[in-house]
Ligand binder design. Structure first.
Ligand SMILES: O=C(O)c1cc(=O)[nH]c(=O)n1[C@@H]1O[C@H](COP(=O)(O)O)[C@@H](O)[C@H]1O
Length: 240
């Protein structure tokens, strides 16, 4: 393990069972990463797996990307907060009123989690935008939705590392930039289309990197996580 605690990496526990997710989590150290529970794991294992991970000391990002009418999303966010998660997300394309309702409901929670909005999925590129009838470039779309989430008072956004530098300029230093679509050099991109390497993503201004398969599908997941952390630490160790 690197000597200094570094929890910038959020490991995506995209597993079909609690047993598989917990087996991987038990190889990790909450001082050295955070974990994400997404739709596959939550649908199969339910809130209990979130509570197990929280009980092991992990900060849990509950990634259910809520997208519904304001009242429904606000209720879902309140239920997520009751699980003790560190962060949760909604789709910015659900609109300003939906995001404001989520924000307002979380303010009443005993321990409000961070609330961030997905701008444009990292699996989409300009051709996909055209297919769904959205004019403009991917960057324009991301900037527009990020501005809307800032207007709603959210804590930050999910974006691709390719947009991180531009959003850091427009949103300012306080806004959290959480970037999936991160691929170490030589890793396969899979279904991700807007990608960068971990150190490029951090250099561009990302606060947190969401990384799944490059860690979880590795022969040795811990070694894969440590290799990425070494890459991130390298510039900090470089002389003067
Ligand atoms: O909200 C997310 O976490 C998310 C948003 C997005 O635009 N793209 C994206 O890949 N994700 C999630 O980030 C993780 C990326 O996993 P890998 O592609 O395996 O590294 C998955 O769990 C996705 O659900």
């Amino acid at each position: 393990m690197p000597a200094l605690a570094d929890t910038r990496i959020i490991v995506a526990l995209d597993y079909a069972s609690a047993a598989a997710a917990i087996a991987l989590a038990d190889q990790l150290d909450p001082q050295h990463c955070r974990v994400k529970v997404g739709k596959e794991l939550f649908t199969s294992a339910g809130p209990a797996v979130v509570e197990q991970l929280v009980g092991r000391g992990f900060d849990v990002f509950l990634d259910l990307k809520f997208h519904d009418i304001p009242n429904t999303v606000a209720g879902a966010c309140a239920a997520a907060a009751a699980l003790g998660v560190w962060m949760l997300n909604v789709h910015a394309s659900g609109g300003l009123a939906m995001m404001q309702a989520a924000r307002e409901r979380l303010e009443r929670a005993q321990k409000p989690p961070l609330l961030i909005a997905v701008t444009l999925l990292t699996s989409l590129d300009h051709n996909d935008l055209a297919d769904i009838g959205c004019p403009g470039t991917t960057l324009e779309r991301v900037e527009r939705l990020a501005a809307l989430s800032a207007q709603a008072g959210l804590d930050g956004v999910v974006c691709s590392p390719l947009e991180a530098a531009a959003l850091r300029q427009t949103l300012g230093p306080q806004s959290l930039l959480v970037t999936p679509g991160v691929r170490p050099v030589q890793a396969i991109s899979g279904d991700q289309k807007r990608i960068m390497s971990p150190s490029q993503a951090i250099a561009a201004g990302a606060d947190h990197l969401v990384i799944g398969r490059p860690i979880t599908a590795a022969d040795d997941p811990m070694a894969a996580l440590l290799a990425i952390q070494d890459e991130l630490a390298a510039p900090l160790l470089a002389p003067g």
